[in-house]
Design a binder for this molecule. Sequence first.
Ligand SMILES: Nc1ncnc2c1ncn2[C@@H]1O[C@H](COP(=O)(O)OP(=O)(O)OP(=O)(O)O)[C@@H](O)[C@H]1O
Ligand SMILES: C[C@@](O)(CCOP(=O)(O)O)CC(=O)O
Length: 410
Amino acid sequence: MIITRAPGKLYIAGEYAVVTPGQPAVLIAVDRCITVRLTESEDSGHIHSSEYGQAPLVWHREENGETIVLEHRPADYVLSAISTVEELRAARGAAPRYFDLDISSELDDADGRKFGLGSSAAVTVATIAALDEFYELHLSLTERFKLALLATIMISPNASGGDLAASTFGGWIRYSSPDRAALRAHREAHGVVSALHCPEWAGSSARRVTPPASLNLLVGWTGSPASTEHLVQRVHTPGAADTAAPAPEAPKPRPLASFAAESHVLVDDLVTAFDHDDAEAALDTIRAVRALLQRLDETSGSLIETETLRDLCEIAGAHGAAAKPSGAGGGDCGIALVRTSGTAATAADAAATGAARTAPDAATTGTATTATTPPGTHADVEAILAGWEAAGIRPLDLGAHREEGEIDEF
Ligand SMILES: Nc1ncnc2c1ncn2[C@@H]1O[C@H](COP(=O)(O)OP(=O)(O)OP(=O)(O)O)[C@@H](O)[C@H]1O
Ligand SMILES: C[C@@](O)(CCOP(=O)(O)O)CC(=O)O
């Protein structure tokens, strides 16, 4: 049996802007995964996942032994991942084989509600890794990422691929997307093999970044799943979801014009703060990213920062942290970065190491965040988590997933 695991992700900065080719974002791969177990089979393939209800998906090959046929199913990430790798397998002259997949996920809660940790990306990445091993294709990490994006844009053409990059590469990354419409057109015209190394990847990149060791990441789940696709559509076509037509003389809002440029500057600021191990500058930048997303909310008439996400940010802010919605918002998760004097990288680590109290802190005095917040303490972390729980926000015990290896140039 082949077993592969791929982590979920969270956006730290740059969401929405990253949908535009070349615009950067910072993401973290989280240490919760989707697992794919692959076993060879005969005559048909089965895909078991709670995502599909009780019955597995059943697939077989057409007479030519190549084309995969699945009856009565809409387009699906797993199938798209399989078809994409199968095209590469055929091009390399390897024989087609049948296999069963068994998929299990840590990216949903016990009731099957998604946390918004990028399950579609993780399942795509883990499926590609399993087939890479099964057919002994010896793909590089970067090739696996590219296949995952080529598979994903057949299902979700607007997806930036930031989640796929985090899931494939692990750790913390800075990512910018390629022109997916051009990539898809290239695949349709010339096939997957050509699309893997075509010029349409220009402007897209991923590289590792390392946050200051004194920053702890806290994650809160609002309990309400959100539709990324709906929110992205709404932001990119402001007013689209309004029933009332705007007055003809009303100026057309152009929320994305300066948003993209400002987001770019802030992501650069965050990466510079990380590179210089400057925790305070990183916190200030996260606060500025939140403010920028609030402006995007106002100008696009969207609801990225819901009431619960606002509570999440305010509670964290009152204890010296910098917080914001993560990803599309509208529910799902928010993140907070809090500076402590220890070297713990996550709340879980902070709890385990019992980071020492070294300075009077906002938790006890209730003071608001200032530009020169002293290092917080384990008590700050505890106070934020308790405040979140009291507000109906569920803290998720997440840390960074390990870095998976070298990232080549795209
Ligand atoms: N365990 C799984 N097995 C098979 N397919 C899955 C599984 N989990 C997720 N998927 C696929 O991913 C889709 C969910 O994608 P969606 O973008 O809505 O959620 P997400 O990626 O977890 O959240 P977000 O985009 O907010 O990070 C499902 O409809 C399904 O096609
Ligand atoms: C809004 C967007 O930039 C991020 C979506 O993040 P999430 O899947 O809601 O966590 C969309 C994208 O990058 O494809």
